[in-house]
Design a protein around this ligand. Structure first.
Ligand code: SF4
Ligand code: SF4
Length: 459
């Protein structure tokens, strides 16, 4: 098994100056990767899965998503861009795809390859895998969303066996198109840039540190909203580009439930939103849904169309894309497989098996490298946890009492970070001081002493 990386690339980054320490993000994080200490949030890199939930919920816009800039195109002799349905969904369906493709060409890309075509090949692989594994533990889990894959790695490693081992369509598209363009253009692969237009941070992270492939052929990715802004000024009218594109079924991958539909799965469930996905995986982990064949999970609310880097409102985008799909479907054979067969004419499209990396667990709570020391710390953590109020209020800057107990044992926090413990300590201290005060001899001013003595003499 390949060793796990010890440091993780993250596209979601915090701008400390903007953070007001409000702790909103602490409660939003599905992997308990955020702490607020000394009034500022901190991200624990070994836990973060780059889902973007914190960035979406921060009222002070204190998070940033790292993506590439178009300057990077200058480093390559030939640049190919991979638009996905999430890009098309930003535009009303009366804007032809050709116009969007021409716009991409106008802003500097030499060639365009539509990810929806790759989605169809992957859909057929999923269909086959689900059929072959119908007697195994169910439901099987989609591997398309990298944030969900990372969530499984850190929180639900027991579900790894249920993940369908196929490539995300964008990775498959990159492998195919780079190899094919290198041969056609007689260029070394190193001189070909293959770029994605990403709706979310997790896809950007996956290019830098993939959970799916041994070696990605993607060069980088641009923020969907930035490219959208440029496209608005560059949409073209000419239709001379030779773009290979998919059917309505490939296009449907942009909407939630589209993956299930294109794979012909009738007994599946599509879930979106990281909190919903978390709930679902918990149920699957307890084997409470064995009657279901397949679950399609997207970390973003509204699927990829609700990604943090999308430009258009997710409901408007969903409406745009569904209309585009309906328009395509009117031109296609009624049978799904027949419709897909009309576009799936590429030679030697990569099969996932040759490229897919095995998903491995990424344990989140490692108290110590030394097992004996870890056990001692665990016992201590349990003791500390018992002494905490168990309200999971988040006021201490940790997401839960358990999180604070762990931080205390690791020497990263103090018991009095808990406001209830602090109040109890202050109360105890003040009681102690009162008791002490009672033992202090009463002090009399000299004049008062003389007066008392004189009074006594008179008496
Ligand atoms: S949500 Fe998190 S990052 Fe944003 S201001 Fe509040 S504590 Fe800081
Ligand atoms: S990106 Fe997601 S996992 Fe990472 S800190 Fe933010 S909410 Fe947590």
């Amino acid at each position: 098994m390949a060793p796990q990386p010890t440091t993780y690339f993250h596209s979601v980054e915090l701008q400390r100056k903007k953070c007001q320490g409000c702790v909103s993000c602490v409660k939003l994080c599905p992997t308990e990767a955020i702490r607020v200490r000394n009034g500022k949030a901190e991200i624990l890199g070994d836990r973060c899965i780059d889902c973007g939930a914190c960035a979406a919920g921060c009222p002070y816009h204190a998070f940033n998503v790292k993506t590439d800039t178009l300057d990077g195109l200058a480093d390559y002799a030939y640049n190919i861009v991979l638009p996905a349905p999430s890009l098309y969904a930003q535009f009303p369906d009366n804007i032809p795809l050709e116009s969007i493709w021409q716009g991409l060409h106008n802003i500097g890309f030499d060639e365009i390859f539509d990810v929806s075509l790759a989605s169809e090949y992957i859909a057929l692989e999923i269909e086959e895998y689900v059929k072959k594994n119908s007697n195994g533990r169910k439901p099987l889990i989609s591997s398309t969303c990298p944030a969900v894959m990372r969530l499984i790695q850190v929180k639900f490693p027991e579900l790894i066996k249920q993940v369908v081992p196929v490539l995300p369509p964008v990775e498959a598209a990159a492998i195919y198109v780079k190899r094919e363009a290198a041969a056609r253009k007689q260029l070394p692969k190193e001189l070909i840039g293959v770029w994605f237009i990403s709706p979310c941070p997790s896809k950007e992270t996956n290019i830098r540190q993939s959970v799916d492939v041994h070696h990605t052929e993607l060069t980088g990715s641009f923020s969907l909203s930035e490219i959208y802004g440029l496209l608005l000024k560059n949409l073209g009218g000419t239709h001379e580009l030779n773009v290979r594109t998919g059917s309505s079924y490939g296009m449907a991958w942009g909407t939630y439930g589209g993956e299930i539909e294109s794979a012909g799965i009738t007994n599946g469930l599509a879930i979106h939103g990281i909190d919903n996905v978390y709930d679902l995986l918990e149920q699957v982990s307890m084997n409470k849904m064995p009657q279901l064949d397949y679950v399609e999970c997207s970390a973003c609310k509204g699927g990829c169309l609700g990604g943090l880097l999308a430009a258009e409102n997710k409901f408007v985008a969903e409406c745009n894309l569904r209309r585009r799909i309906a328009g395509l479907r009117e031109q296609e054979p009624a049978d799904r497989r027949e419709a897909m067969a009309r576009t799936m004419v590429l030679e030697n499209f990569p099969h996932s098996e040759a490229y897919r990396k095995k998903l491995v667990a990424r344990p989140m709570m490692q108290l110590d490298d030394d097992i004996m020391e870890a056990m001692k710390k665990f016992e201590r953590m349990e003791e500390v946890l018992c002494s905490l109020p168990g309200l999971d209020c988040g006021a201490c800057g940790a997401p839960s009492c358990q999180g604070l107990a762990e931080d205390i044992v690791q020497g990263k926090a103090h018991e009095i970070d808990c406001i209830f413990k602090l109040r109890a300590s202050v109360h105890k201290l003040s009681q102690g001081m009162l008791e002490l005060a009672k033992q202090i001899p009463i002090y009399h001013e000299p004049a008062e002493i003389n007066k008392t003595e004189a009074d006594n003499d008179e008496g």
